[in-house]
Design a protein around this ligand. Sequence first.
Ligand code: FES
Ligand code: FES
Length: 151
Amino acid sequence: MKISLTVNGERRETDVWGGESLLYALRERLGLPGSKNACEQGECGSCSVLLDGTLVCACLVLAAQADGHEVVTVEGLARDGHLHRVQEAFVAAGAVQCGFCTPGLVVATADLLERSPDPSDDEIREALSGNLCRCTGYQKIFDAVRMAAQS
Ligand code: FES
Ligand code: FES
């Protein structure tokens, strides 16, 4: 089946099969490998994207469900060649090691700061509770979120 959706502000069309995930369609059909596939079971958050402004795991959404809707991936956060402030903060804070969790954490953090520009520690923990990192121990990620909030 053919679907038509807006991805990072651009109208895109692609053929998908009925059981295909949005994550697969983004990565394999639309040339956007930023969203990572680390579990494909909704457990790790590495595939986090915004669907009509709501944070979702793209591996749990059917591509067909995104037909006619708006998706923002990590590739859509930078503007005019400049990294998003959350991306800059993750680099500055040293919050990236293997980087597998990073795109999902960046999207989830950008979403958090959109809703709550000066989040408490508990709000940060809650907002990022669906994003697993196996490398950093989370302290640097916390530092990055606070840095982004202050920037
Ligand atoms: S790949 Fe989607 S939650 Fe892990
Ligand atoms: S930096 Fe490796 S999983 Fe988070």
